[in-house]
Write a protein that binds this ligand. Structure first.
Ligand code: ASP
Ligand code: MG
Length: 246
C-alpha cells in the first residue's frame, strides 16, 4: 500500500506538533505502508515571509517571492525528517525541485505540468519515508516556483497521481469537510463523504479546507482523498466520485 499524507501548517506549527506528526507517519510506515509525506510551512511562516518582503520592497518581483516563500516548506521538511529519523526510521527530505515537480512559468501561482517521480520512487524502493516540500516546484528554466496559497494540497494530490497511490490523506486542524467553516459557524455539520464536484464548488466559494486546484487534479485522476484532523483519530471526510447529497 502506498499512501500520501499531507500535513498543513497548523499541524507542524510547533516543535511538539512536528514530533507528533513524525510519530503518526512512523506508525503508518510500521504498518507496512510506503509513505510519502507532503508538508506545508510551519504555522504563519508564509505570512511572515510575505510581511518581510513588503517591508523591504512593497511587492517584490514574483521570481524572488518564490525563492523566499519556498524556504518555509524547505525548513519544515528538514525538521520533520529529523524528527522521523530520531524515532529510528529511514527518511529523506526533498524540495519540490528534487521531487521532480515541474511547473509553468507563472511565479506565485504556477501550475504543475509534470511530475517526474523517479527520485521519489527510488527513495521508496530504498526503504525511505519521503518527505516532500509542498507548494513548490521548478520551471523549465530551473527556477523555483510556488503554486499559490494553500498549494501544498495540490502537491500531495499530484504526487498521489504520479505514484499511483492508493489514498491521499489531507491532515488539517479541523475534523473534515463541514457544511460551513466550523471555526466560524458553530452548528456546521461534518460530512462523511462529498463528491469532487460538490467539493470543487465549495472550494471555489471560498472554503479553504482544500486548495481548489487539488480537487480538480483529484477529480481528473480519480484520486481518493481523506480530509481528517492531525490532532485526533476521528474519521474525516472522504472526497471521491460519490457524495452524500447534502
Ligand atoms: N505555506 C503555503 C501557504 O501558507 C502553502 C500551504 O500552506 O499549502 O499558503
Ligand atoms: Mg490549506
Amino acid at each position: 500500500m502506498l499512501l500520501v499524507q499531507k500535513f498543513g501548517g497548523s499541524s507542524v506549527a510547533t516543535p511538539e506538533r512536528i514530533k507528533g506528526v513524525a510519530r503518526r507517519v512512523v506508525e503508518t510506515r510500521r504498518k507496512g505502508c510506503r509513505v510519502v509525506v507532503v508538508v506545508s510551512a510551519m504555522g504563519d511562516t508564509t505570512d511572515d515571509l510575505i510581511g518581510l518582503a513588503r517591508q523591504v520592497a512593497g511587492a517584490g518581483p514574483g521570481r524572488e517571492m518564490d525563492v523566499l516563500l519556498s524556504t518555509g516548506e524547505q525548513m519544515a521538511v528538514a525538521l520533520l525528517a529529523m524528527a522521523i529519523s530520531s524515532i529510528g526510521e529511514r527518511v529523506v527530505s526533498l524540495t519540490g525541485c528534487q521531487a521532480g515537480i515541474i511547473t509553468d512559468e507563472t511565479y506565485t501561482k504556477a501550475r504543475i505540468l509534470d511530475v517526474r517521480a523517479e527520485r521519489i520512487s527510488g527513495e521508496l524502493d530504498a526503504g525511505n519515508i519521503v518527505v516532500v516540500a509542498g507548494f513548490q516546484g521548478v520551471n523549465r528554466n530551473g527556477d523555483i516556483t510556488t503554486l499559490g496559497r494553500g498549494g501544498s494540497d495540490t502537491t500531495a494530490v499530484a504526487l498521489a497521481a504520479a505514484l499511483g497511490a492508493d489514498l491521499c490523506e489531507i491532515y488539517t486542524d479541523v475534523d473534515g469537510v463541514y457544511t460551513a467553516d466550523p471555526r466560524l459557524t458553530p452548528n456546521a455539520r461534518k460530512l462523511t463523504a462529498i463528491s469532487y464536484d460538490e467539493m470543487l464548488q465549495m472550494a471555489r466559494l471560498g472554503a479553504t479546507v482544500l486548495h481548489d486546484r487539488s480537487v480538480e487534479y483529484a477529480r481528473h485522476y480519480g484520486i481518493l482523498l481523506h480530509v481528517r484532523s492531525s490532532f485526533n483519530r476521528h474519521p474525516g471526510t472522504v472526497v471521491g466520485k460519490q457524495g452524500c447529497g447534502f
